[in-house]
Design a protein around this ligand. Structure first.
Ligand SMILES: [Mn+2]
Length: 278
């Protein structure tokens, strides 16, 4: 649960950040030497703090978050406050993509709306701000970041992605079987086959997709001949062996850093996985 002060802070941040997000296109295009990609913070303020401290040490220039800031964890409002304040301090270097939890349809069933149960105006204002969040990011001109996946439609172009109709991009998943398969997540949601993903990447001059949305024990899962990275940056709470990951994109390589839960907090692993880019 969040305090009254925390909620008041959210009210102010929401008001100030709205025009900034409104100005951003559905697809933002950051190009920097060293970028951090993290996703699905889901109300875990301690994990966010842990990740931000690490990023500062690494000399990260720009931050790309792939959505799902709220729900599941105990501190949705604190997480939002931290990220919105980062955005306000550094609007050209912090990018907050929209996740499927940043929608009216789903957030009303979860912790964020419980938190704001007595604050209908603030909940409404937050939802209005979520609608202004960008849907995707293209990093260094050829790495596409999105919460869910692509739509999987014919002749799909990045140019067609709009803030008005983002559902597919927030909900779909990459699959292992070719074609467009209905998803167990619900109606109108699909698992996108490697054939469709490769076609989309070719048509849009992309070499990699980074997405979040699916929690798993590994922190990073690769699909589509290592061209789709499924990242998860908090611990889904499924046992001591679970690990979470963030990605650091620097020049022509992308590195994955993993952390685990310890008795008193979190700990980075020594092992770093690296993917070389073209
Ligand atoms: Mn999600």
């Amino acid at each position: 649960m969040s305090s009254k002060t925390e909620k008041d802070r959210l009210g102010k941040n929401i008001k100030r950040v709205k025009p900034l997000l409104k100005k951003e296109e559905a697809i933002v295009r950051p190009s920097f030497k060293k970028m951090l990609i993290a996703t699905d913070i889901h109300g875990d303020y301690r994990a966010l703090e842990f990740i931000l401290k690490f990023a500062e040490k690494k000399g990260i220039e720009a931050y790309i978050f792939l959505g799902d800031y709220i729900d599941k964890g105990p501190d949705s409002v604190a997480v939002l406050n931290e990220l919105l304040e980062m955005k306000l301090r550094n609007p050209k270097k912090i990018f907050l993509l929209r996740g499927n939890h940043e929608t009216r349809d789903i957030s009303r069933w979860f912790e964020f709306s419980d938190d704001l149960a007595d604050e209908t105006e603030l909940l409404e204002a937050s939802n209005a701000v979520f609608e202004q969040m960008p849907i995707g990011a293209v990093l260094n001109e050829n790495i596409f970041c999105v919460h869910g996946c692509i739509a999987g439609t014919k002749h799909e172009s990045l140019k067609d992605i709009s803030k008005k109709d983002p559902k597919k991009y927030l909900w779909n998943d990459p699959g292992t079987e070719d074609g467009l398969l209905p998803s167990g997540r619900g109606g109108g949601i699909y698992s996108i086959g490697p054939d469709l993903i490769k076609k989309f990447m070719k048509q849009n001059d992309l070499q990699l997709i980074i997405r979040g949305h699916t929690s798993h024990q590994e922190g990073v899962k690769l699909f589509c001949d290592d061209r789709v990275i499924s990242l998860y940056s908090t611990l889904p709470g499924t046992g001591p062996r679970a690990r979470a990951a963030v990605a650091v994109l620097e020049e022509k390589k992308i590195k994955f850093y993993y952390y685990r839960k310890t008795k008193n907090g979190f700990e980075w692993e020594d092992e770093v996985k690296q993917l070389d880019l073209k």
